[in-house]
Design a protein around this ligand. Structure first.
Ligand code: ADP
Ligand code: MG
Length: 289
């Protein structure tokens, strides 16, 4: 693993993941920490010794080609996948050791996927409150009061009594975010949550995520949205073939990548953007020329 030289940002040099112990000195402490995590599916080595540390209140962005292990990484943090070796810590507690209370750990980790997975037969309000009522045994009245606050926060107060099919994809994804926040997670994981959305709906979801970050939420975000990575990310990790290839301050990694693989990946994403810019969509005809 290599890392780019991070320029010192004020007194913030402690945010280097290479120096997690110093973080405690500023009262933070790592929210999530992975130590030499390895994971294979059969003979396919998917996470090849990943070390990663997300500080409290930090937004960590993970980029990398398809198949590089990004989703598996998030799923291992949330204990949806068992790891083969290494350790995962949540707020200083090792959650990968035997005998941990998986359900109570998962309540501290919110996760949002590309597919929103809302129950189609339940109204927005019931989708948002279901888990809190079932798992946390929150009384209906309290759950609904909290859900209203969260729906307002994602801009969907007036949709509480609608069904998912009556909402746009962007609205459904915002409901999924509100649902995750219901459990009062200490950290939120986002796995390419805008990738399935029509382009015009991406922004509204990114804005909700930005506001969540500004409110101090610790976030681990897998995304292809480089602008989001730049503006909202505190730290960026580039993964390839199960390894962290390069990491650092987002603008530094994106503008001055050091590793050949990072350069190649960024060039390809840029080329795609360029070539798409050359396409013209004729609104009248609805065709692409
Ligand atoms: P990414 O999110 O970066 O696209 P993934 O973590 O989804 O990558 O996948 C990494 C590799 O692990 C891929 O080769 C994928 O086929 C494999 N993989 C992921 N999940 C499973 C699974 N449940 N069973 C077998 N192979 C899997
Ligand atoms: Mg993925």
């Amino acid at each position: 693993m290599s890392s780019t030289e991070e320029p010192t940002r004020g007194a913030d040099a402690s945010d280097s993941v290479l120096a997690p112990p110093t973080v405690a000195a500023n009262g933070g402490g790592a929210m999530v920490r992975l130590e030499a995590v390895r994971k294979s599916f059969g003979t396919n080595l998917v996470l090849d010794g990943v070390d990663l540390s997300v500080d409290r209140g930090q937004v960590m962005v993970v980029i990398g080609p398809s198949g590089s292990g990004k989703s598996t990484l998030l799923r291992c943090v949330n204990l949806l996948e068992p790891i083969d070796s290494g350790r995962v810590f949540l707020e200083g507690e090792e959650i990968t050791r035997k005998g941990t209370n998986v359900s109570s750990i998962r309540q501290r980790i919110g996760i949002v996927f590309q597919q929103f997975n809302l129950f189609p037969h339940l109204k927005v309000m019931d989708n948002v409150t279901l888990a809190a009522r079932r798992i946390r045994k929150l009384p209906k009245k309290d759950a609904e009061a909290r859900a209203r606050v969260l729906l307002a926060r994602v801009g969907l107060e007036e949709k509480a009594n609608q069904y998912p099919h009556q909402l746009s994809g962007g609205q459904q994804q915002r409901v999924a975010i509100a649902r995750a926040l219901m459990m009062e997670p200490h950290v939120m994981l986002f796995d390419e949550v805008t990738s399935a959305l029509d382009p015009e709906l991406v922004g509204e979801v990114l804005l909700v995520m930005r506001d969540l970050a500004r409110a101090g939420m610790t976030m681990l975000v897998v995304t292809h949205e480089m602008q989001f990575a730049r503006e909202v990310g505190d730290h960026l990790v580039f993964m390839d073939e199960g390894k962290i290839v390069e990491q650092g301050v987002p603008t530094v990694v994106l503008d001055q990548p050091q590793e050949e693989r990072t350069k190649r990946f960024l060039r390809r994403s840029l080329q795609l953007a360029d070539s798409l810019d050359e396409l013209h969509i004729d609104d009248q005809e609805g065709g692409v020329e």
